[in-house]
Structures are given as C-alpha cells and as structure tokens.
Design a protein around this ligand. Sequence first.
Ligand SMILES: NC(=O)c1ccc[n+]([C@@H]2O[C@H](COP(=O)([O-])OP(=O)(O)OC[C@H]3O[C@@H](n4cnc5c(N)ncnc54)[C@H](OP(=O)(O)O)[C@@H]3O)[C@@H](O)[C@H]2O)c1
Length: 310
Amino acid sequence: MSKRVLLAGATGVIGRELVPMLRGRGHRVTALVRDPSRAAGLAVDDIVVADALDAPAVRSAVLSARPQVVVHQLTALRVSTGEGMETTARLRIEGTTNLVRAAVRAGARRIVAQSIAFATAPRGGGVLTEDAPLFFDAPDPGWSRTVRAVAELEHTVLGTHDITGLVLRYGSLYGPGTLYHPDGAIGAAVGRGRFPLPESAAGVTSFLHVADAASAAVAAVESEIGGVFNVSDDEPAEAATWVPAYARMLGAPPPRTVPVMLIERMSGWLTGYQLTAMRGAANGYAKRVLGWRPRTPSWRTGLEVASLGP
Ligand SMILES: NC(=O)c1ccc[n+]([C@@H]2O[C@H](COP(=O)([O-])OP(=O)(O)OC[C@H]3O[C@@H](n4cnc5c(N)ncnc54)[C@H](OP(=O)(O)O)[C@@H]3O)[C@@H](O)[C@H]2O)c1
C-alpha cells in the first residue's frame, strides 16, 4: 500500500539510494532538506526545508508534509573529524527528538531511524545480536559519547507511545560516497598500501552496501512492527581477512603489520579498536522478521565490484 513518507537525509549517501526505491514501490516521498540547492536533481514528490536542529522549523515542515511514516537518515559523518562526530551526536539526540515530536504532532504512525551496529561492547563472541550490551564504558571519551548518543536516539524512537519506532542498526557502509570506496579515506589508504594492520587483527567488521541499507529502510517503511534490527551483510570478517583481501582487489601491496600501540598513535583509538576488538553484527532477526535480504551478501563481491571502478 502506498504511503506518504517524509525522508530526512534524502540528499545523503543512503538517502539518494532510498528515494528511487521508495518511489519505485509507489510511495509518495517528501524530502526534508536544510539546503534546497543540495536537492537539485533529486526525484522526490515534494521538498520541505528545515535544519533538523531547529525544532520549530522541523515542526512546521513535518506538519506541512502530513507524513504517515518518517524516515531519519541524518548524520554529519561526511566530515570524518571530531566535529563531524559531535554534530552527529547532536543530530542523534536533538534532531531525533525534534523529528519524533513533529511526527507525533503530524499524526504519523511510524518512525524509522538509522543507528549503528558497531556500538556494542566488545564482550562475548565475535558476532553479536541486538540484545548485546552497548559499549558505554569505552575508554575513549569520543566513542563513549557516540554510544550514548546512539542509545538516546534508540530510546527516543522506541519509547514514544503515540508512534511505532523501528531502529536500523547499520553495519559499516561501503559503496559510492563512503569511506571504504576506493576514493574514500579508508579505500584510498588500502589502495596505496598505507592501511597498516595490527599484529592481532581480530576486530570484526560487518559490512553493508549502501543499496542494502536503503532496501532495509524500504522494508522498515512497509512493515507494521517496531524494534531494533541489525542490518549487515552475511559475512562478518576479521580485519586480518578483509584488509589483505581488499588490498589484493585494489592491486596494492600487502598491508604492513605494526604493533597496536603504533596504530593508535598513527590513526587514533577508534581505528585501533575497530581492527583489534570490535564485534560484528548478526543479521538473522532482520531477515526473519522484516523479510529483508542483502542483495550483496558478501563484502568480497561488493568490494571487488567497487575496485573495478565505474
Ligand atoms: N551512517 C553511518 O553509520 C556511518 C558511519 C561511519 C561513517 N560513515 C560515513 O559517512 C558518510 C555518509 O553516510 P550517511 O549517509 O550516513 O551520511 P551523509 O551522506 O552525510 O547524509 C547525511 C544526511 O543528513 C543531512 N543532514 C545533516 N545535518 C543536517 C541538519 N542539521 N539538518 C538537516 N539535514 C541534515 C545531510 O544533508 P546535506 O546534504 O545538506 O548535508 C544528508 O542528507 C559515508 O562516507 C560513510 O562511510 C557513515
């Protein structure tokens, strides 16, 4: 059944994939954008303008769109610095509150929001389900702030009585426009042989192609249920596996092995953590309950295709 969908983040990496998928399924899409010039060429039914951090502007924009479903794909992660992380934390906390309140006022029945699958604490097995505890006690203040912001987003989306909330915990995004693409920061470093591996590279990454992130959002829009779902591919991979494999695909030399302490000094705590201790995410619940399947079930084929270029 066709639904009126308000998409916040329509001009982003995921949003641009999601717009044609939603419209292709017969939904009417209104994009909420902060800068209409960024929406040039975006084939949506309507545009409303608001900064997500401006509560009155969000309220009047959402009220004018009268959506049945609100989709939240807002981040500021295109800026991969501390400032990007801090703004993203604000979008997750304040932006989510603004959207949920406005959605309830406008009479929307559902809200679907983007979260991350790698905020879990690195305890237990290598691949964790949705009930695993989050990493609130991360030793890095920036990462524990991210985890708290993610938890607050999820609480706001799931904990509002008048609306059904569904949280999509995305794995590590790859595909055009992402950090892992050959022209993104990580892909380019791997391709130049400049992405060192720690001696113990047992950190697990659950990858997700951006098109599969978007198709999960379509499944979430069309579902009637709520809750938290990991959305990731079928092949969680240790850094010791995926980094050398991606280097081979890109025709790069094998990655240099260095002590963990050196990785942290060179690339920061988060990269060291991701490569040594991070856990992957199991996607069985999304498959069973949302009926979602990744079109690219393995990063091996997805990154191989990316490495061949346009
Ligand atoms: N999503 C993740 O979990 C994640 C994690 C790590 C890294 N990354 C990296 O982040 C990059 C993009 O991922 P993404 O799709 O999540 O983000 P994105 O492409 O930057 O999209 C974010 C969307 O949010 C909008 N937005 C940001 N601030 C806003 C505000 N104050 N008011 C209204 N709209 C606002 C942006 O609008 P504008 O077009 O106006 O900016 C854009 O439409 C990729 O390189 C990815 O690898 C993502």
